[in-house]
Every structure is written in C-alpha cells, then in structure tokens.
Design a protein around this ligand. Structure first.
Ligand SMILES: CCCCCCCC/C=C\CCCCCCCC(=O)SCCNC(=O)CCNC(=O)[C@H](O)C(C)(C)COP(=O)(O)OP(=O)(O)OC[C@H]1O[C@@H](n2cnc3c(N)ncnc32)[C@H](O)[C@@H]1OP(=O)(O)O
Length: 234
C-alpha cells in the first residue's frame, strides 16, 4: 500500500470477450471510477493510521468523511450480488480485500500468470501491521489464501479453501515490495492441492512465509446454492 500511494491508480484487467461490445466502454468507465475511488480511499486509510494530528483535526476529518460517505447514495449491492465489472471466478474481483483495485482494504496485489501458477506483487503499508513494523500474520494468510484460490481458478478448477497450513519463517517487513507465488501441485477428484510462498522482491530465495492448502471444487448443485448471483447474472 505504501509505495502505491504515489503511483498512478492501476487500471483494470482484460474485459470478458463474451460481453456485448456496446457495454464494454461503460464497464471500463465504471472500473476506472471504482479504481480511482479505491486509490483515494487507500491513501486515506494509510494517512489515518500514520497521522499524529490533534483531536480537533481528527474530529473535523471524521465529520468530513461522514459527509463524503453520505454521497454514496442510490442502489446498494446485495450480499450475494456479483459486481457487473467482475469476471468471477477467474479474473477481476474489483472489491477483493486482496487484489481489488476498488477496495480500501487491499494492498492491492497485482497478479500475473507464471509458467506453472501465479505471482502477485504488492507493498503492504502500516495499515497491515501485526508486530511493530511487520505484517500481520492474518494478512499473510489472506494474501496466500487469495493467490492460492486464484491459482486453482487459473488452472481451470475453481475451488474453496478447506485447509490452509501456514508456516511463518521470518517476519514480513512492511513498506517493502513483496512477491507472492502460488501454484497447483496436484489434484485428486474434487480436491486441489496448492502451495504458496511470500518473499521480498529483492530476496526471492528467502521464504518469509510458506503455505500448503487444500481447495475443493464444489459440485454443481452446491455451486448454485452458494453463489446464486452467478446464475442470476451470468
Ligand atoms: C463457477 C464455480 C465457482 C466455484 C467456487 C469458486 C470460489 C473461488 C472464487 C474466486 C477465486 C479467487 C478468490 C479466492 C478466495 C480465497 C479462497 C477462500 O477464501 S474460500 C473461503 C473459505 N472457505 C470456505 O468457506 C469453504 C467452506 N467449506 C465448504 O463450504 C465445504 O467444505 C465445500 C463446499 C468446499 C466442500 O463441501 P462438499 O460437501 O462438497 O465436500 P466434502 O464431501 O465435504 O469434501 C470433498 C473431499 O474433500 C475432503 N476434505 C474436506 N475437507 C478437507 C480438509 N480440511 N482437508 C483435506 N481434505 C478435506 C473430503 O474428505 C472429501 O474427500 P474424499 O472425497 O472423501 O476423498
């Protein structure tokens, strides 16, 4: 998050080629606006957790933020609704707390395919702190869970996590560019075995965190029950 604050807002990923061309421009506009707001909100979150401002200033800013929040009027997305700009489950998930360009919670991780899986890059800031100066262990688990889940989807077998074994070898430094790797190592019927790791970008041979996970591809009936938005909108 830290260095990304000074970078230009990231752009969205490729559009689903099956969508009607007429809607594409609108979707791109929507993605760009969501990304813009996400970028500013992440700057607000980072400034919030770093500031030493006086109580007066904090109260004034809180009132200002409440006034801004009240501008987000109109229809609100329901719990199971999948945003129109999303490509579920393999691509853009714009409000993902890990990769989402529109999420104030996300570092956000930029994901790229590798020869045998995925690599993610991000720079978590102080908002993701656990021990002073280092990343929260739950944050590392969240980064790996998401990347490992996306590796399943990228391999053509989207699945839900049923087991995630974390090993924390060294503290994860904040404000430091990180590299997250995830790859499917095997399958057994609906079970997908996945491994993942977090290192710094400058020392990719020194594992800070590693994980082994089991993901399950839900059967079609369970998929329909779990994700009603998928049927209604796709
Ligand atoms: C278009 C299709 C979409 C599909 C889904 C897409 C999702 C991905 C979306 C986007 C991708 C990018 C984002 C990723 C995000 C990160 C991933 C998360 O955070 S996921 C959230 C946390 N996880 C849960 O909430 C799961 C909760 N669990 C469940 O709902 C059920 O367990 C479920 C549906 C996953 C499986 O239930 P059953 O009833 O279908 O399956 P049973 O029969 O229990 O198990 C099947 C096999 O798996 C083994 N198994 C079950 N649990 C296990 C475990 N903990 N460890 C090892 N094996 C286990 C069992 O022993 C069984 O194996 P034997 O057939 O007997 O050989």
């Amino acid at each position: 998050m830290h260095t990304s604050l000074t970078d230009p807002p990231p752009t969205g990923t490729a559009t689903d080629p099956t969508r009607a061309t007429a809607g594409e421009e609108e979707l791109e506009d929507q993605k760009a606006a969501i990304t813009h707001l996400g970028h500013e909100l992440r700057a607000l979150v980072e400034a919030t957790v770093r500031t030493a401002a006086s109580p007066d200033t904090l109260h004034r800013v809180a009132d200002g933020v409440r006034a801004v929040t009240s501008q987000l009027t109109g229809r609100q997305r329901s719990r199971a609704e999948i945003p129109e700009v999303d490509e579920f489950p393999t691509g853009t998930r714009i409000y993902s707390p890990v990769t989402g360009a529109g999420s104030p919670l996300a570092p956000p991780v930029q994901v790229t395919p590798t020869a045998d899986g995925l690599v993610g890059h991000c720079t978590p800031g102080i908002a993701h702190e656990g021990p002073p100066g280092y990343g929260h262990g739950g944050m590392s688990a969240m980064l790996l869970d998401e990347l490992m889940g996306r590796a399943c989807a990228a391999a053509g077998t989207p699945g839900l996590t049923v087991s995630l074994q974390m090993r924390y070898h060294r503290p994860v430094p904040l404000e430091t560019p990180l590299r997250i790797l995830a790859r499917v190592t095997g399958t057994d019927d609906r079970k997908i075995f996945v491994s993942g790791s977090i290192t710094t970008q400058t020392d990719p041979d020194a594992n800070l965190v590693t994980a082994d996970g089991v993901f399950i591809a839900p059967d079609p009936h369970r998929t329909r029950t779990l994700f009603p938005g998928l049927q209604a909108e796709r």
